[in-house]
Design a protein around this ligand. Structure first.
Ligand code: DC
Length: 208
């Protein structure tokens, strides 16, 4: 069984997806890490993130073992990922790995931007997790500010707005709520409440 979880940056979908996977005993793939790793590898080779051929070559030879890398977690890595994610050849190269992961028994939870629309259009359950951009920025700011007191809320908010715009505007597999996805707005929910709500929605959907 496949559970697809899409949504914008800092919506809490990653934490939610990981907990849902643990709850159901399923595998979990953070697909954003794939794009982050491709951007890391392009930069490490001295390439340009706007060069589709260079990025696609890195995507084709990506080593899944290299995803467990603390350097991929930061905001800069997310920004760079969003740039290589615009290239159709990069998306194509990463598709097979994502689909193979999704089909592993007993089930898998994948989170990203295009899981319900492109990667796993037949997923048993699709959630689109979002929250008001100011609330997402506030959460991200609190997280980053704990490590770096120099971080400014306005900058975090602006970066999120730009990333949302880029991820929604790209021609190939833009971020979009699938027609059959359930919307989960976490603006007024903490992580515990969001998790309980998500599990309830998933159980209801499966029993239909
Ligand atoms: O989920 P994340 O913030 O780690 O994703 C980083 C970027 O990667 C995101 O801004 C766009 C891209 N991405 C994508 O295009 N498709 C996905 N399924 C996952 C991420």
């Amino acid at each position: 069984m496949i559970i697809a979880i899409d949504g914008p940056a800092a919506s809490g979908k990653g934490t939610l997806a990981r907990r849902i996977a643990a709850h159901f005993g399923f595998g979990y793939l953070d697909t954003g890490l794939l794009y982050r790793a491709v951007a890391r590898d392009v930069a490490a080779a001295g390439g340009d993130l706007s060069d589709e051929q260079a990025a696609a070559a890195m995507a084709r030879t990506l080593d899944p073992a290299s995803l467990d890398d603390e350097a991929l977690r930061g905001a800069k890595a997310g920004e760079a990922a969003s740039m290589v994610a615009r290239h159709p050849q990069v998306r194509q190269a990463l598709l097979e790995y994502q689909r193979a992961f999704a089909s592993r028994p007993p089930g898998a939870v994948l989170d990203g931007r295009d899981i319900g629309t492109v990667v796993c259009p037949d997923a048993a359950v699709k959630l689109f997790v979002t929250a008001a951009v100011e609330v997402r920025a506030r959460r991200r700011f609190t997280e980053l500010g704990a490590k770096d007191p120099g971080v400014r809320f306005e900058d975090v908010l602006e970066e999120l707005r730009q990333r949302d715009a880029r991820d929604m505007a790209r021609a190939d597999a833009p971020m979009r709520q699938a027609d059959d996805a359930i919307l989960l707005d976490t603006t007024d929910l903490d992580i515990e409440a969001a998790f309980e709500t998500a599990v309830g929605l998933i159980k209801r959907k499966i029993s239909q």
